[in-house]
Each structure stands twice: as structure tokens, then as C-alpha cells.
Design a protein. Structure first.
Lengths: 222, 225
């Protein structure tokens, strides 16, 4: 029993990636168990370890936590990445929820049919450029601080940099109209824990490929 | 500026209903401004106060000087403000996990009327299956394991209010859904009798009825879906 959080998920980004980002940003080392077969998944269910029969699962502080948002909120609260009071938490929550909606489009993208992929990239680009990135560009411009909320590094900043990099993988020029976000990206990428996470050999997972998609369908197919 | 919270949404349940439940359970009076046409929505999006809707979406709740959006953010704020979020980080973690489960279940029911007519029967069957095999057993077991009246920390919390809302919603799909869950039946009886909740369950409260065809047609028109 090492005491490190233990993450159970597939060997890929999916819904666990924000958890990896947040733990890494907080400088918390963690272990991972990768689901590779349906039998492994069924055994977890049979053992009663998954509250709603789903992963992500994070074993942390004696709890078997499920539900991505619950896990992320707990980690943010524990490692002081959730603002200093209720109102800062409200802002962080709003920003995170918006970014999560954008990330959801990216999460689902590999599973869309080939003939819908181009349209989906356009949707992602449209939403990122017209709905989500302008909000954070404006926030940073208005207060002129380094971080989104309370002049202090928080979960919202981690979520935003993850989203920026994920969208850039699909649309490399997406930040061209957002100078504040470009500076933000550079700044946050250079924070020691984030910098380490962005280096090869870290627990960060690569973008989903065909093998990942096949594994998901194989393990979770009803 | 103390003022009552003001809710901006269509005149139906949708994503706002859980917020109405939570405010009502906390004994907080609130006002509502209903979006009835596309123009109403456009006015919110592009009106004089251009940042009325952070991501151009509703629900939006004006509360404590903020224009809050994103249902979960709003609910978390209300829960914490009115002491319905547990006493520490771990209790919050349990409440969050439970609420995410009931959110997933109620989400399935919310989207049901928007799905193609020929999938409705299959989707309804899936809701019943999930309620019976995935979600309700968790809450039944939680109540059984600790024997308390409430899900977390022996005290009323957001998780209890959300669970009651989910139970009633599933019962609208299948009235005898709780037949194999005796503790949930008792929970339902107990929680429904809490004065603020009892009041919310009475006719004339701000609780909204299930979506009918007229409401769905309006929603499709306003949100272009």
C-alpha cells in the first residue's frame, strides 16, 4: 500500500486524462492499472469495486472514487487548486464546465463515423473559436493576471491548457486570434510540474488512435 | 444587493429543474424569467449586457451579484451556500459521486422526448434497466449500510434532494419502480415530508410538470434542435 492514488482506466486519454493532468499539475505521483480486456472490466464489476459499474476509478485516501467530476473536485479541493472561497470556486466551476463541454466534442470525435469527421472538426473549431476561447481570452485581458481565477494557479488553468493543446492537435492554428491565450499557454507550459508532464515518458497519454478506439469498443460493448 | 436569485430558462423542467428543487429544499425563494421565443434567447445572448450568458447558454441564475451558468456550477454553489454539501472534503466527495449518478439517470429521462419516435420504447426500457440495476441499488445499499435517514453524514444534503427528484422522475416512467427497494420507499416518504420539500411538491409551487409535446416543440424552436 504505497499511499499513491491508483488510477484504473484504459491505456489512453478518454475520461481519465483530466485526472492525470490535475494530479500531475499538483505534483502528485500516481499509479495506473490499465484495462485491456473485457474480462478485467467484468471482474471489477463483479468485485463490486465500481459504484455505477463504470470507470474512471481512482483509489485515493481510502475511497474508491468514480465519476470524473467528483474525482477532479476532490483532487482540486485537496491540493488547494479550487480557489480561496465559495465565489472563486463558482468561477472555477463555471470555467471548468464550459471547457469540459468543449473537451466532450474531442472525446467523442474518434467514435464518429468517417464521413462525419470533417464536419465534426469544423464544429470543434467553431465552438472553440466562437464560444469558449473568447471567454477566457477576455477574462485574462480584463484582469491582466497570469491565472484565470484569484491571481493563483487553479484547476481552471489546468483544464484550459489541456483543452488548448487538445484542440491544437486537430486545428493547429486555433489560437491565432487569441494572443492572451497564446501567452497563457506558454506560461502554464513552463510551470515545473506541467513542464514535466509535457515531457516524453510522463503519464500523459497520446491522442486516441484506431487501436484505442477498438479497445474501447471491445471492453465496453454492450 | 441581497435580492432573490433569478432563474432564466424555458418554462419547463430541463436542466433547470434540479436547481429549482435545491433552492426550494433550502427554503430559498426565487424568481423566474421564462424564455418563450427565439427572440427572448437572442436578447439574453446579445442584449445590452452582452455577457449575460457566459457560453451563450441557459440555465443562467443571477445570484449574489453573479450571473452563473453551467448547471453543476450553479448547484454546487447553492449546495455549499446553504450547507447542503457535507461537513468536509470527504463528505463532499460522496455527495458528488451520488449526485453524478442521479444526474446521469435523470439526463437519460430529460433527453427521451427529443429522441426519434422509433427509439423511444427502447430508450425507455434502458432507463428502467439502468434505474433498477445500476443506480437505485447503490442508494438502497448506502441507506442499508449505515441505517441513517440521509445518504451522507447523517444530515440532509444535496445528494438526498437530487435522489428524491430522480425517484419521482423515474416513477413517472414506471410507477412501481421502487417495488424492490424498500429503503428507498421509506426514504421517499421521509424526504417528501420535509416541510420545504413538501411545500415544493404541492400544486402552485414552482415545480414544473413533465415535458409535453407543446413544450418540446417550443424547445426545438427556441434552441434550433
Amino acid at each position: 500500500m504505497s499511499g499513491k492514488p491508483k488510477l484504473t482506466y484504459l491505456n489512453g486519454r478518454g475520461r481519465m486524462e483530466p485526472v492525470r493532468w490535475l494530479l500531475a499539475a499538483a505534483g502528485v505521483e500516481f499509479e495506473e492499472i490499465f484495462l485491456e480486456t473485457r474480462q478485467q472490466y467484468e471482474k471489477l464489476i463483479k468485485d463490486g469495486v465500481l459504484m455505477f459499474q463504470q470507470v474512471p476509478l481512482v483509489e485515493i485516501d481510502g475511497m474508491k472514487m468514480v465519476q470524473t467530476r467528483a474525482i477532479l473536485s476532490y483532487i482540486a479541493g485537496k491540493y488547494n487548486l479550487y480557489g480561496k472561497d465559495l465565489k472563486e470556486r463558482a468561477l472555477i466551476d463555471m470555467y471548468v464546465e464550459g471547457i469540459t463541454d468543449l473537451m466532450q466534442m474531442i472525446l467523442m470525435f474518434p467514435f464518429s463515423p468517417p464521413d462525419a469527421k470533417e464536419k465534426n472538426i469544423d464544429s470543434i473549431k467553431e465552438r472553440a473559436t466562437n464560444r469558449y476561447f473568447p471567454v477566457f481570452e477576455k477574462v485574462l485581458k480584463q484582469h491582466g493576471q497570469d491565472f484565470l481565477v484569484g491571481n493563483k494557479f487553479s484547476w481552471a488553468d489546468v483544464q484550459l491548457i489541456e483543452a488548448i493543446l487538445a484542440v491544437e492537435e486537430k486545428i493547429p492554428s486555433v489560437l491565432s486570434g487569441f494572443p492572451q491565450l497564446q501567452a497563457f499557454k506558454t506560461r502554464i507550459s513552463n510551470m515545473p510540474t506541467i513542464k514535466k508532464f509535457l515531457q516524453p515518458g510522463s503519464p500523459r497519454k497520446p491522442p486516441p488512435d484506431e487501436i484505442y478506439v477498438e479497445t474501447v469498443l471491445k471492453i465496453f460493448k454492450k | 444587493m441581497a435580492g432573490k436569485p433569478k432563474l432564466h430558462y424555458t418554462k419547463g423542467r430541463g436542466k433547470m429543474e434540479s436547481i429549482r428543487w435545491l433552492l426550494a429544499a433550502a427554503g430559498v425563494e426565487f424568481e423566474e424569467e421564462f424564455i418563450e421565443t427565439k427572440e427572448d434567447l437572442e436578447k439574453l445572448r446579445n442584449g445590452e449586457s452582452a455577457n449575460f450568458l457566459m457560453f451563450q447558454q441557459v440555465p443562467m441564475v443571477e445570484i449574489d451579484g453573479m450571473k452563473m451558468v453551467q448547471t453543476r456550477a450553479i448547484l454546487s454553489y447553492i449546495a455549499a451556500k446553504y450547507n447542503l454539501y457535507g461537513k468536509d472534503l470527504k463528505e463532499r466527495a460522496w455527495i458528488d459521486m451520488y449526485v453524478e449518478g442521479t444526474t446521469d439517470l435523470m439526463g437519460m429521462i430529460m433527453y427521451l422526448p427529443l429522441q426519434p419516435a422509433d427509439t423511444k420504447e427502447k430508450n425507455l426500457a434502458l432507463i428502467i434497466e439502468r434505474a433498477t440495476n445500476r443506480y437505485f441499488p447503490v442508494y438502497e445499499k448506502a441507506l442499508k449500510d449505515h441505517g441513517h435517514d440521509y445518504l451522507v453524514g447523517n444530515k440532509l444534503s444535496w445528494a438526498d434532494i437530487h435522489l428524491l427528484e430522480a425517484i419521482l422522475m423515474v416513477e413517472e416512467c414506471k410507477p412501481d419502480i421502487l417495488s424492490v427497494f424498500p429503503l428507498l420507499q421509506a426514504f421517499k416518504g421521509r424526504t417528501s415530508n420535509i416541510p420545504t420539500i413538501k411545500k415544493f411538491l404541492q400544486p402552485g409551487s414552482q415545480r414544473k410538470p413533465p415535458a409535453d409535446e407543446k413544450y418540446i416543440a417550443g424547445v426545438r424552436k427556441i434552441f434550433n434542435i
